[in-house]
Ligand binder design. Structure first.
Ligand SMILES: [Zn+2]
Length: 381
């Protein structure tokens, strides 16, 4: 069972049109191919005999902290570091059918076969005051393949290829944040076995959560308090302060600023902000979308030069929990500014930072690298 719909313009708010072609995989999951207009694209059917996708796991509430914990036992069966000729994210060949039936692709997004969050609900999840509350872990987990070539890293992409990834992220944000049961859309990349990746192929993930995550809730709380105290936006003031100080700025262009935060948690950590505050990826105009790629690629390549090693990293897009029309899904959500956090757990050529007692037990980081030194070293490599 497989079907392909006619190509449509992706639902991006920028001026540059992207073509999205949807197909359905053998077990009913969606797959989207993203291309620039005029790119020929074969979208053959998925011929694999696949079992039905799993039911949702559980979202269990921790009444001590207010955190939701997702329990998904089926993830134990997922593919772990397959050989290159068994990669499920490469295009399919006559000899090996993968998650992507086509013989090639530019950017592909599909629903994860082993999702933490799956299915829909009438609305987001809310604590009900009970001590042992479990809800279905609804929402969506997607995989985004940044390139068809297995041996590339994100840093190897061209600016035009990065721009297409940005369009795909923005399009997924448009679609997922419109769901009434989704509160927050999170696009991220884990890179390197040191971070825990299970696939070497250049790819990221997109989570659509039925709750506002604890980090986001905390940032909104602080931004609202800052607004109440100063009548200004916390993130705008923060970017202005970092630019005025300058000692932690790693790179900047007309539309973006990249700096090591004053209170960096990780040995090497860089935050990227558009100079004009927007809530999420949908808010970025053409100029910002174009200008992101050169700056991000520059910093990623600095990361790799730092120790002459492929740097393990997490790249995490923080987006405001906004609805289809940009309305806040929780009070104060419109104070949160879109930004990307990039950080590595590598602190030297031979040493990694682990989240040990103070970090895991108390959510309190200790950082062995002074943020100003990290910024200087990143500027110098
Ligand atoms: Zn691959």
């Amino acid at each position: 069972m497989s079907s392909t719909t006619a190509p449509t313009a992706a639902a991006t708010s920028s001026g540059r049109q992207v073509v999205r072609r949807r197909t359905v995989l053998a077990d009913g999951r969606d797959l989207y191919y993203y291309d620039w207009p005029g790119t020929p694209r074969q979208t053959p059917p998925d011929t694999r005999p696949l079992p039905p996708p799993p039911d949702s796991g559980e979202a269990r509430f921790d009444p001590r902290t207010g955190d939701w914990v997702y329990v998904a036992t089926h993830r134990q069966q997922r593919t772990f570091l397959p050989a290159a000729d068994q990669c499920p994210l490469c295009p399919s060949t006559p000899a090996f059918a993968t998650e992507i039936p086509g013989p090639d692709y530019a950017v592909a997004v599909f629903a994860n076969r082993f999702p933490v969050l799956v299915g829909t609900a009438a609305g987001p999840i809310e604590p009900d005051g009970s001590l042992l509350q479990a809800e279905p872990a609804t929402g969506r987990c997607e995989v985004i393949c940044f390139a068809s070539r297995h041996d590339l890293a994100f840093a190897d992409l061209t600016p035009d290829e990065v721009r297409l990834v940005v369009e795909a992220w923005a399009d997924r944000t448009v679609e997922l944040c419109a769901r009434p049961d989704v509160r927050q859309v999170f696009c991220f990349e884990n890179r390197g076995v040191e971070i825990g990746v299970t696939q070497h192929h250049p790819h990221g993930q997109i989570y659509a959560y039925p709750n506002v995550t604890p980090r986001t809730a905390r940032m909104i709380r602080h931004a609202v308090a800052h607004r109440d105290a100063n009548r200004t936006n916390l993130f705008e003031d923060l970017v202005a302060a970092e630019l005025a100080d300058g000692s932690r700025v790693v790179a900047a262009n007309d539309h973006w600023v990249a700096f090591v935060p004053f209170a960096a948690h990780w040995p090497f950590e860089v935050h990227f902000y558009p100079r004009v505050r927007v809530g999420d990826l949908r808010g970025l105009g053409d100029a910002e979308r174009d200008a992101f790629a050169p700056l991000y690629l520059d910093v990623l390549r600095r990361f790799d030069r730092l120790f002459d090693l492929p740097m393990p990293y997490i790249a995490a897009w923080h987006q405001a929990p906004l609805g289809a029309g940009g309305e806040p899904k929780v009070p104060g959500a419109d104070e949160l500014a879109l930004h990307l956090e990039l950080y590595s757990n590598r602190r030297s050529p031979t040493a990694l930072k682990y989240l040990a007692g103070t970090e895991s037990g108390m959510d309190t980081f200790s950082n062995d690298v002074v943020p100003e030194d990290a910024a200087r070293r990143l500027r110098e490599v």
